[in-house]
Design a protein around this ligand. Sequence first.
Ligand code: C5P
Length: 211
Amino acid sequence: MKFIVAIDGPAAAGKGTIAKAVAKYFKFPHLDTGLLYRGVGKKALAYSRTSYYPEIAKQLALDLKPVDLEANDLRTPEVAKAASKIAVIPEVREVLLDFQRNFANQEGGAVLDGRDIGTVICPYAHVKLFITASAEIRAIRRYEELKNNGLEISFENVMRDVVSRDKRDQERNASPLIIADDAYEIDTSSLSANDAVGVAIDHINEKFKNL
Ligand code: C5P
């Protein structure tokens, strides 16, 4: 059986939390596709200013290894920014596409979260969720998360990062962040994590029943 759950949305809207919980509930493997871009972004930071030249960025993506995705410093604001800069490069997206599609098409079902899963990677997904929240709520969540991880950062900087990352993700030509026509939108601004997960699971169960 193949059953693909595609979860998209902007940074810190709650899609990671929802994706993990949905994967656990349905016993599907989960791929956080942001990690792929973060992995390449981290290499770009370590390389040189020419990292963002398409041919060089493409090579960095080709060199990405599973072990690179296990690094414990992929969640920093610097890596997030580098990831969103690398993600505008079509050659990089092209390199990462097959891996994501193969993951999605495995037997037994799969959950993928990112920015273009329902629109480009798996336009034929069985369920598409689009998770949103206001920019301010998302910045507050990201600020709390970074602070809890021991990072010294001001709320203003986090807010600025969230807004500029949204803009770059939404305005790029290659696979921009847009809501798929057939996606089910969940605004988590005033929902607890548990409630948001509940809404997602109910929707997926409905789709399951009507397969
Ligand atoms: O989801 P996360 O915040 O970890 O993603 C980091 C960056 O990677 C995003 O800001 C976005 O630019 C890029 N990304 C993407 N497409 C995806 C997943 C992430 O462009 N499917």
